[in-house]
Ligand binder design. Structure first.
Ligand code: ADP
Ligand code: MG
Length: 698
């Protein structure tokens, strides 16, 4: 039993602010509670003796003891009402009243008071500004919405109250039931993470679904959700997010890795199935609560129609699934069973004259093939096919086999009775085969999520003090950025850099170049010049004899570009082998909700043009770092496509982890680009650096 089991399973509920005034929220809640709740309901209102036929009490203190208080009093007296409940030992409270942080500074202050009281009495508080909660096992409907939920095994949370009423209205028409429902409201105390944790512990919740606009404590959410998702699927509908709180970007990473990327990465790392539409949310939820996950991604398609068979094949091609390759034995059996014109290869065509029984045989044969993980029945109406009979047959097969089965009975009214039968047996039916395939895809995705191995991030032995000293160099400057003059930051965190130094005279430049074997690279170093090569501020392959002049030239270029630019000097750097190596980018950024994040991608000067990048929330583990390499399209380049020598991927993986550690160790680092990190066969080299530092966080 979870910590919130009393919230959803109270025996006696007080409605504080109950009234019989027509059209009031207090009346709606009382009416809803009276309708179906198994326990007792106690109205609290000092101005009434009775409300809707129930004895009314002056206060929680004078009422019989309750275990849940639903508060609907005016905003100004909510805090007092909650405190009184706390004094009476009520642990669970739902605050329906609005007029808190969503309304401005006065409301925000009120919300802070509310949080303080909840903390003082250690209360589980939902809301404020919530439409309430529901729990079907005991008929609890402590909301002011127009409909109660039907019972089921899906638990549902929403940051939008209106979305709940809309969904319940729809769900009730579609025979979709719920275990618990919660309108999260302002989440002053309990938030999405608390309910995910609760439902993860709840044996009666098979699937968690939700509508979220934002996530408050990103890291805690990730850690909780990924644990819960091992056993309980979590499906969240995507909603637009504002860029509020995101700082103006001054790096490539900042430009690419915005809050939408953070959200996507965070949900992915959490093991959440993210959907774009409400329809998908329910398709997935239904599938996940009714059907087993497939052991493999190979799908058998059984159809009586050519065109729809092709559509299904295309949908499989667009999904993460594959069209199954049948074994020789299967093909032989099909050959014996099907008429000559039938197609024994996948998609199996049982032909337009197939009665339901032929589908059944074909389905059994497919599911007995060990190379088949799931099956989809695609059927168009014909004179000989009885859809209801087909539905019975599919339902039987679903019971006998341990693989997911979905149906696309393509038609109108003629499919309705069959669809109902299918649904009752846990087999979804869709007109569109692509939708059927997406639902199987969700099962496959969830199987992978539940099998993910989570490792803790590795802790490298780094020189934190030296890193801090380097970051502190921004203190004396008028802006907050550092460039290649801070390369030692990378040394301190064990990221390899080529030999080199920043100098401020042509003579010094020469002497550094003499100490470096071969030609050198020279770069202008100025906090005012973000992208050095854009102004001709990078010279590659400079011979020692030309270093003096190159120095002068770089300074001139910088002056021409921006006469008042503050110039630190010129970096003289050993050449990296770009023939053998690939330019990648590793970046750090900070999201207001998820905190530090790491970016990896194809680097160089075209990074924003190509945008072949991927993002994860830090800290990342070794397998997560490895996954980042797989995530980019250019991964084959690193693996040695077209005769190239493969890059040392272990070094890339290690660099990603080390920089992830840097981001977590120093919240003061707002954005950081290592671009390029040259990844070659003998390891990596970071040859450029830019970062911005929040002086106040140092
Ligand atoms: P910026 O990104 O500010 O233009 P970089 O230091 O990243 O400056 O240099 C731009 C490009 O010049 C790199 O992407 C790389 O192609 C090349 N380059 C820079 N330094 C080296 C080096 N040490 N060895 C080889 N090529 C280099
Ligand atoms: Mg660069």
């Amino acid at each position: 039993m979870g910590a919130l089991s009393d919230l959803f399973g109270p025996e006696r509920v007080a409605v504080v602010g109950a009234t019989d005034r027509e059209g009031s929220v207090g009346r709606a809640i009382l009416t809803n509670l009276q309708a179906d709740f198994d326990g007792d309901v106690v109205p609290i209102n000092p101005n009434r003796d009775a409300v809707l036929g129930l004895d009314c009490y002056e206060s929680v203190a004078s009422a019989p003891p309750v275990d849940l208080a639903v508060v609907v009093v005016p905003p100004g007296i909510v805090v007092d009402a909650v405190r009184e409940a706390g004094e009476q030992g009520v642990d669970d409270v739902v605050v329906i009243t609005a007029g808190f942080s969503e309304t401005g500074s006065e409301g925000a202050a009120r919300e802070r008071d509310l949080i303080e009281v909840a903390e003082e009495y250690d209360m589980n508080l939902v809301g404020p500004n919530s439409i309430g909660i529901m729990s079907t096992p005991n008929g609890l409907n402590a909301t002011f919405g127009p409909e109660n939920a039907e019972s089921g095994s899906i638990s549902f949370m929403s940051q939008s109250g209106a979305f709940i009423t809309a969904v319940l209205d729809w769900a009730n028409d579609h025979d979709l039931g719920f275990k618990d429902v919660v309108s999260l409201g302002n989440e002053a105390v309990l938030d999405e993470t608390d309910f995910i944790r609760e439902w993860g512990d709840d044996p009666d919740t098979d699937v968690i679904i939700g509508y979220l606009e934002g996530i408050d404590h990103g890291r805690e959410f990730i850690d909780t959700a990924r644990e819960v998702a091992e056993d309980t699927p979590i499906v969240l509908v995507k909603s637009g997010r504002t860029e509020a709180g995101a700082q103006a970007a001054s790096s490539h990473t900042g430009t690419i890795a915005g809050s939408e990327q953070a959200y996507e990465a965070g949900l992915d790392q959490s093991g959440v199935l993210r959907v774009d539409t409400v329809e998908e949310m329910f398709d997935y939820a239904r599938m996940l609560s009714d059907q087993p996950t497939p052991e493999r991604d190979d799908v058998a398609v059984i159809t009586n129609a050519g065109g729809p068979g092709v559509m299904t094949t295309d949908a499989i091609g667009d999904s993460r699934l594959d069209l199954a390759d049948f074994s020789d034995e299967t093909l032989e059996t099909y050959g014996e069973m099907l008429p000559d014109e039938g197609n024994i290869y996948n998609p199996v065509d049982v032909l337009g004259d197939a009665p339901a029984e032929r589908f059944r045989e074909a389905l059994d044969i497919a599911l007995e093939d060990r190379g088949v993980g799931a099956a989809v029945i695609v059927a168009a109406p014909t004179a000989v096919l009885d859809f209801e009979e087909l539905a019975d047959i599919v339902a039987e097969a679903r019971e006998e086999h341990d693989a997911p089965i979905v149906a696309a009975l393509m038609g109108g009214e003629s499919t309705e009775a069959a669809a109902k039968k299918l649904q009752d047996s846990g087999v979804p039916n869709y007109f569109d085969p692509a939708r059927a395939i997406r639902s199987v895809g969700a099962l496959s995705e969830y199987r992978d999520i539940s099998e993910r191995a989570h490792e803790p991030p590795r802790e490298f032995d780094v020189d934190r003090e030296r890193a801090r000293e380097i970051l502190e160099r921004v203190e004396g400057r008028n802006d907050n950025s550092l460039g290649v003059e801070a390369m030692e930051l990378l040394d301190a965190y064990g990221v390899p850099t080529p030999e080199g130094a920043v100098v401020d005279s042509p003579d010094e430049a020469e002497s550094v170049a003499e100490g470096i074997e071969g030609d050198v690279v020279m770069k202008i170093v100025s906090p005012d010049i973000l992208h050095k090569s854009d102004i001709g501020g990078v010279k590659v392959g400079v011979e020692t004899d030309d270093v003096y002049d190159a120095y002068e030239d770089l300074i001139t270029r910088a002056r021409n570009y921006q006469p008042d630019a503050s110039i630190i000097g010129v970096q003289v750097q050993e050449m990296a082998d770009l023939d053998e190596g690939t330019e990648t980018i590793v970046g750090l950024n900070r999201d207001p909700q998820f905190g530090p994040m790491v970016l990896f991608g194809l680097g160089g000067i075209f990074v924003e043009v190509l945008e072949d990048t991927t993002v994860k929330i830090a800290p990342i583990s070794e397998p997560e770092a490895r996954e980042m390499i797989d995530d980019i399209q250019a991964a084959p380049l690193l693996r040695g496509a077209r005769g190239r020598t493969p890059a040392d991927l272990d070094s890339v993986v290690e660099t990603l982890q080390r920089l992830s550690q840097l981001a977590t160790d120093f919240p003061a680092i707002l954005e950081l680009d290592v671009n390029p990190l040259v990844a070659g066969p003998d390891g990596v080299q970071a040859i450029d650096l830019r970062l911005t530092v929040d002086k106040d966080e140092l």
